[in-house]
Design a protein around this ligand. Structure first.
Ligand code: GLU
Length: 444
């Protein structure tokens, strides 16, 4: 291990700060929390129920290609900080790769590998003509000024420009990135091309070729799947209580749409903590409070709860829309929700998943539950390629149809094979990728 990437080697002075802060150290995760180990455990479980050719199953365990980049960015002070980033392509069997870019201080290559693999399954499950990819930069975007964030983004976009392109690999927002970051990537790529290439990213602002409904799409999709689950169980949304972990882009929209569909939102949380009110939270007032205070914590008229307490509240639905590894084997036994809707990627570890499934909890797995984002990304890309603009009601209708169809395919697979929702979703996706590889044939 070179000392430039070892956080434990703390030398005094500026240099130690900039290098160790920017590049990050080795992952310090326990086995249960390594996202790639977890993605492989899920994969192996699904493949155990399929009859794939051994070589194809073996190939799908690994990313097709991985790019690791280290690059300098000039800070507002004139100092130069060095950052590390990744872009990983898991599979290109069904088309160009698709997947978001994550900015977070603790991003690891294993995390990006796992998320790229999940994107392959997610796109296949939704029948989108894409393979899976993911990118990440080890940075806390909240600690950068807007100009620093722009310089970092433009430089990272240039570093990964050898991989991305509208018919090769199309990034999108993920944790820590947003429409503005996509606009900078689109502009940087276009400057290098000499003409505008809107279709190189999705999740852009509408002014430059973004799609109506893209920002809300993930949260909306989450609620479409919850509504289907309630219908399946014969439960009236008006009799349904919901707790939402993560009150960011996905959680805020999910809470709002659940409320519009008649459900009662009794608890929400963000990274600072959560609030609970048994007869329902006033979401309008809560959004106002969050806009002023920067957190839901301190919202008047509600009890304070920790993030962990929120996960174990006795509600009908629990939406996990924060980040990965939230429900672990340590707390899975205490989770009392009947339905878990995975708004985030990888919020439940495989050990916890087994405990919950054995207890009869109905889990709407991440690759189905949060697929609304990439589905509307696909609609955005199609509009860009055709220089066309669809109205919002058409986008939302397409989204609902596609995600409800996928939901019922998963239920059908559960019935036929007697497996859990997650295993069924992965089986469908992996079978489709395997078929695509077999039909294309092995080159040369
Ligand atoms: N980052 C989102 C996801 O995990 C969206 C990806 C995309 O739109 O390409 O699904």
């Amino acid at each position: 291990m070179s000392d430039s990437v070892d956080n434990s080697n703390k030398r005094p002075g500026k240099e130690a700060f900039s290098i160790s802060q920017a590049l990050g150290g080795p992952p310090r995760l326990g086995h249960e929390e390594n996202p790639y180990v977890n993605a492989l455990a899920q994969f192996d479980k699904a493949v155990g129920n399929l009859k794939l050719k051994r070589g194809i199953a073996e190939m799908l365990r690994y990313p097709k290609r991985e790019l690791s980049v280290v690059f300098p960015v000039e800070m507002d002070t004139g100092e130069i900080h060095v950052f590390r980033g990744y872009r990983v392509h898991h599979s290109t069997a069904k088309g160009p790769t698709k997947g978001g870019i994550r900015y977070a201080p603790d991003v690891t290559l294993d995390e990006v590998r796992a998320l790229a693999m999940l994107m392959t399954w997610k796109c296949a499950l939704m029948n989108l003509p894409y393979g899976g990819a993911k990118g990440g930069v080890l940075v806390d975007p909240k600690k950068l000024s807007r100009r620093e964030l722009e310089r970092l983004t433009r430089r990272y976009a240039t570093e990964i420009s050898i991989l991305i392109g509208p018919d090769r690999d199309i990034p999108a927002p993920d944790m820590g990135t947003d429409a503005q970051v996509m606009a900078w990537i689109m502009d940087t790529y276009s400057m290098h091309s000499g003409y505008s290439v809107p279709a190189v990213v999705t999740g852009k602002p509408v002014e430059i070729g973004g799609s109506l409904g893209r920002t809300a799409a993930t949260g909306r999709g989450v609620v479409y799947t919850i509504e289907e689950a309630l219908r399946l169980k014969g439960v009236d949304p008006k009799e349904t209580t919901v707790a939402v972990q993560g009150f960011g882009n996905v959680g805020t929209v999910a809470a709002q749409c659940c409320a519009e569909s008649g459900m009662t939102i009794v608890a929400v949380s963000d990274s600072s903590g959560g609030v609970y009110r048994g007869d329902g939270l006033d979401l309008l007032a809560l959004n106002r409070h969050k806009a002023e205070a920067g957190t839901v914590v301190g919202f008047r008229g509600a009890d304070q709860v920790t993030n962990e307490e929120l996960l174990t509240l006795s509600t009908d639905v629990l939406v996990t829309a924060a980040t990965g590894n939230q429900i672990t084997s340590r707390i899975a036994d205490q989770v009392r929700a009947k339905i878990i809707a995975e708004g985030a990627n990888g919020p439940t570890t495989p050990d916890a998943d087994e405990i919950l499934v054995n207890r009869g909890v109905f889990i709407i797995p991440d690759i189905l539950c949060n697929a609304g984002g990439v589905t509307v990304s696909y609609l955005e890309w199609v509009q860009d390629l055709q220089s066309f603009m669809w109205p919002l009601d058409q986008i939302n209708r397409h989204l609902r149809n596609l995600i409800v169809d996928a939901f019922h395919s998963v239920m059908g697979c559960c019935d036929v094979h007697g497996v859990s929702n997650r295993v069924a979703a992965q089986m469908l996706a992996i079978q489709r990728i395997s078929d695509a590889i077999a039909i294309r044939g092995i080159y040369p």
